[in-house]
Design a protein around this ligand. Structure first.
Ligand code: GAL
Length: 345
C-alpha cells in the first residue's frame, strides 16, 4: 500500500526553500517577476547611495506601470573587488535576469562580463567606467555614466568666471596668480583623473596664471579631505585662493577644516565641488561652497531602468536608450552656482 503524506509535509521543503532564498532573486509565482541584482562599490558613498535610492524608487514605479514584480537586490561591495565578485556569482546563481554593477576596480570588469555572458545575463555598469576593451567583450555589456572631462571643464568654468569677473576677490595674497590646492578622488578613477586635468586646463587655456600649491587624494571622503585641508591651511597660511575638490563630500571637508581653523564665510577660499548632493546645495545656499556640478543621479538611474525595460520587452536597446558605440549611455553634467541654485533645490 502506498504511504500517504498530509499536504503540509509535501509543502514543507518548498516553504523552507522560499525562506532560504534571498528576497531579490527568488522565484515568484503568478505575475511576471524580473530579478535585478545591483552591486555597489561602497554603499555608504553619498553619491552612490543617491543613485541606489533613485533605482529603488524607479523600480517601484516600473512595477506599477507594467504590472510586474521587480525584485531589486542591492549588495555592498565595501570597497573589495573579491567581495563584489562573490556577490555577482550569487546574483547569477540565484537566477537574476539582469545585473547592474558599480564596479570596485575599473580594470577588473572582464571577469564580471565573462561570468554574465556565460549565464546570458545582460550587465549594466554605472558610475565607474570599465575600459572599452572589456565592454567590447560582450554584446550585452553596457555603461551608464557621465563624462568626467565635462565635469572638469564646468568646474573650471565656475572658477574662471569668478576670476575674470573680479580676480581681486579671489586673490588672497594679491600676486595676480591663482594659487590652488586639489582634493582628488580615488586614484585611478576616471572621475578623479579627468576632473583634475580638465578643471585646470579650462583656466590655463584662457591664459589665467595658476600655481598648484598641493594635491592629494582624499578618496571622495569628507573626513579625509578635512584632514588634508587642515594640514594645507597650516602649510600655506593665507595663500590658498581656490580649492578644487573632485566631489562635494571632499569640498565640504575642506569647508569643515576652514571653519574649524576659525575662518568665517567671507574669508574662506573659493571652494568648488562636483555632484550637487543635498548638503552641497545647502552649502551653496549658505555661500560656503561657491559652486558645484550636478552629477545626475536620477538621470543615471532612469537610463538604467530604460535599459532594463528594453530587456524585459525584448526590444532592441538602441530603441529605448540613445547609445554611443552601442554601449554607452551618457548623461550631461550641469553647473550649479548661487545664480541658478533654485532650479536644483
Ligand atoms: C563620482 C562621484 C563621487 C563618488 C564616485 C564613486 O562620480 O562624483 O562622489 O561617488 O563617483 O565612484
Amino acid at each position: 500500500m502506498k504511504q500517504r503524506f498530509p499536504l503540509s509535509y509535501l509543502l514543507l521543503p518548498v516553504l523552507l526553500l522560499a525562506l532560504l532564498l534571498p528576497a531579490g532573486c527568488g522565484r515568484d509565482a503568478g505575475i511576471q517577476t524580473v530579478r535585478v541584482g545591483v552591486a555597489l562599490y561602497q554603499q555608504e558613498d553619498t553619491f552612490i547611495s543617491t543613485v541606489a535610492q533613485n533605482l529603488e524608487l524607479l523600480a517601484r514605479e516600473e512595477e506599477l506601470a507594467r504590472t510586474i514584480k521587480m525584485n531589486l537586490t542591492l549588495a555592498d561591495g565595501r570597497g573589495s573587488q573579491s567581495t563584489q565578485n562573490d556577490q555577482v556569482d550569487r546574483f547569477l546563481a540565484q537566477g537574476c535576469d539582469i545585473i547592474c554593477v558599480n564596479i570596485v576596480d575599473r580594470t577588473a570588469a572582464a571577469v564580471i562580463i565573462d561570468k554574465a555572458q556565460a549565464a546570458d545575463v545582460p550587465v549594466i555598469f554605472f558610475n565607474r567606467e570599465p575600459v572599452m576593451e572589456d565592454l567590447a567583450r560582450w554584446e550585452h555589456a553596457y555603461y551608464v555614466g557621465s563624462k568626467a572631462e565635462q565635469a572638469g571643464r564646468l568646474q573650471g568654468g565656475i572658477v574662471k568666471n569668478a576670476w575674470q569677473a573680479d580676480a581681486a576677490a579671489l586673490d588672497q595674497n594679491g600676486d595676480g596668480v591663482l594659487q590652488y590646492v586639489m582634493l582628488e578622488g580615488e586614484p585611478g578613477h576616471q572621475d578623479a583623473l579627468l576632473r583634475t586635468e580638465y578643471s585646470i586646463q579650462t583656466l590655463t587655456q584662457d591664459g589665467i596664471p595658476v600655481e598648484k600649491l598641493a594635491n592629494d587624494t582624499a578618496n571622495w571622503q569628507r573626513g579625509q579631505a578635512s584632514l588634508r585641508m587642515s594640514q594645507w591651511l597650516e602649510e600655506f597660511h593665507g595663500q590658498i585662493d581656490v580649492v578644487f575638490a573632485n566631489n562635494d563630500d571632499m569640498a565640504l571637508g575642506a569647508i569643515d577644516a576652514c571653519l574649524s581653523a576659525g575662518m568665517d564665510t567671507a574669508s574662506l577660499p573659493f571652494i568648488v565641488g562636483v555632484d550637487a548632493t543635498p548638503p552641497a546645495l545647502a552649502a551653496v545656499a549658505e555661500g560656503t561652497l561657491k559652486g558645484t556640478v550636478q552629477n545626475d543621479a536620477a538621470g543615471q538611474a532612469e537610463k538604467i531602468l530604460d535599459l532594463i525595460g528594453a530587456f524585459i520587452d525584448g526590444t532592441p536597446v538602441e530603441d529605448a536608450v540613445e547609445l554611443e558605440d552601442g554601449k554607452y549611455a551618457w548623461l550631461p553634467y550641469t553647473t550649479v552656482t548661487a545664480d541658478n541654485l533654485d532650479a536644483f533645490l
